[in-house]
Design a protein around this ligand. Structure first.
Ligand code: AVJ
Length: 308
């Protein structure tokens, strides 16, 4: 616990000293940030969650057939487990393990899961997917299904995504599988609206990271002095989120400080958008082959089943 606290401190401070400064998107998810993200998923402009849900619902029987019975499901970035509930209703796994970075959030979610599935073995662990994922020793190794919905893979740049997919591959035996949600390239207008909604929910989500950082490193960020920026970077095929200083600022923390000039930005998130072929390619490099791909009518989002 203390070790992870120190590592977070060092990681955050190093990021703040970089030019441009950066804060990893994993720091969005304190209790308030997790709740704000849930609000985002209900926005009209934010298409990924409902599109993925509709793909999972429309193809539930086919997905269940392709996945098969008696799985041990490992959901990464489980959040409120909403998607897992739908999946578990159709595939009836024997075991379910929820992995998420936000510990507080996970406990409520797992309690809900236990009520819905009294016969399923359910466990939860808090873990940061950017470091090694240590599974409980009691988790069966046979017939694992790693479930990574929501296009959370989009937060990682291609080399990190490859590393993460390879680690997921490492959790699987020959009979294992990966079911992953991937957001696809689409019109810039749709993308920009999804990450800069009129209601300002995404702005609040982005700004909240500063309050979280203040608690983690004792800094004095004032959210009123920062502005939400989000836009599609076509060259890198990613939506970028930044926080932009509204004036010249000095930000202090326990053992340091940094000046920001008016207009200077802190890079808080990348959300990569893939073409299906490119994603299948990436899977291949991680030692995984596509079994099946399901998409929506507009091909805005894909759910991919892959195996070693
Ligand atoms: C949770 C990483 C999938 O990239 O769409 C939503 C996070 N950021 N709105 C995404 C997010 C701004 C989300 N992921």
């Amino acid at each position: 616990m203390i070790e992870s606290f120190c590592m977070q401190y060092v990681e955050l401070v190093q990021g703040l000293y970089q030019k441009p400064a950066r804060i990893s998107p994993k720091f969005f998810y304190d209790a308030k940030g997790s709740a704000l993200f849930e609000d985002i998923t209900r926005l009209q402009a934010y298409y990924p969650t409902r599109t993925e849900q509709s793909i999972l619902a429309a193809n539930a029987p086919e997905i269940a057939r392709a996945v098969g019975a008696n799985r041990t499901v490992i959901e990464l970035g489980a959040g409120n487990c909403q998607k897992a509930i739908v999946l578990c209703e159709s595939i009836h796994p024997a075991y379910f393990l929820a992995v998420d970075i936000s510990e507080e959030f996970l406990h409520d979610a797992v309690a809900t899961m236990r009520l819905s599935f009294p016969n399923m073995e359910i466990q939860a662990i808090a873990a940061d997917l950017t470091s090694d994922i240590v599974l409980p020793p009691s988790l069966p190794t046979a017939r694992r299904l790693v479930f990574y919905p929501g296009s959370s893979i989009g937060n990682f740049d291609p080399s990190q995504a490859l590393a993460l997919l390879s680690r997921m591959r490492g959790l699987l035996a020959d009979d294992g599988a990966l079911l992953i949600g991937v957001d696809l390239v689409k019109s810039e207008t749709v993308l920009n609206a999804a990450y800069d909604d009129d209601e300002g929910v995404t702005a609040a989500f982005n700004l909240n990271v500063l309050d979280h950082v203040n608690r983690l490193i004792g800094s004095d960020f004032d959210t009123r002095q920062w502005q939400h920026r989000a836009f599609f970077n076509a060259e890198q095929s990613r939506v970028e989120m930044h926080l932009e200083a509204r004036a010249d600022l000095l930000v202090r923390w326990h053992d340091g400080s940094r000046r920001f000039s008016e207009g200077e930005r802190i890079h808080t998130e990348n959300s990569y958008k893939y073409r299906v072929e490119d994603f299948v390619d990436l899977l291949g490099r991680a030692g995984l082959t596509r079994t099946q791909v399901w998409t929506d009518e507009q091909a805005w989002f894909a759910v991919v089943l892959a195996r070693p």
